[in-house]
Ligand binder design. Structure first.
Ligand SMILES: [Zn+2]
Length: 198
């Protein structure tokens, strides 16, 4: 177990850090449908060194839970063991991968259609602009009116071009990220064992 050792001897620190802090919940309460966090406490040992315990927040000041204080080392071991039991099955991963591929193909198709739609609208604007300019040449519309319409067209074009810039056709990076996550969850135990405290 590695814990923050910033505390100077004799100093009382009320806030203790542990990588499992915030991730543990009381199992005794969970049976009753109550969700309570486990918090950590340090007790100085008689012969130097510290003992660290996790305990249910409901156990503080008789708030209703009587679950025991649990040695932090034992908890760490239990959590490691737990990771052996929560792997995704190969079948589940295969199904997820298929669903992911389908979803990506569908999203890419939708994005392609949207891009086409935006490009068509931009073309319409070009036509409108050309028509306006020939109206201006003919003197068929007052100058002020033409200017105001041209400004509208420019505003609309800027909007469409900004939208067009957001269209993402290549989703392979996102796909790769999700596939990597799936692969890691094939063996969460190995992942957890290999991870640093951070
Ligand atoms: Zn509890």
């Amino acid at each position: 177990m590695r814990l923050d050792e910033h505390g100077v001897a004799g100093e009382r620190r009320r806030v203790h850090h542990h990588y499992l802090k915030g991730s543990l919940f009381c199992g005794k309460d969970r049976v009753d449908g109550v969700v309570r966090r486990m918090i950590i406490q340090r007790t100085p040992g008689r012969h130097g060194g510290d003992y660290w315990y996790f305990f249910c927040i409901g156990n503080q000041k008789n708030a209703g839970c009587h679950s025991p204080h649990l040695n932090a080392d034992r908890i760490e071991e239990a959590v490691v063991e737990y990771y052996k039991r929560i792997a995704f099955s190969p079948q589940f991963i295969a199904v997820m991968q298929l669903a992911l591929d389908d979803m990506l193909a569908e999203t890419e198709a939708t994005q392609r259609l949207y891009k086409k739609h935006l490009q068509d609208q931009l073309k319409d604007l070009d036509t409108k602009e050309t028509n306006l300019l020939s109206l201006a040449e003919d003197g068929a519309l007052p100058q002020a009116k033409i200017r105001s319409r041209l400004t509208d067209i420019k505003r609309e074009r800027d909007k469409l071009e900004a939208e067009l810039g957001k269209v993402q056709l290549d989703l392979s990076a996102s796909a790769e990220f999700l596939t990597t996550c799936l692969e890691l969850l094939r063996n969460p135990y190995r992942l957890y064992k290999g991870a640093s405290d951070n």
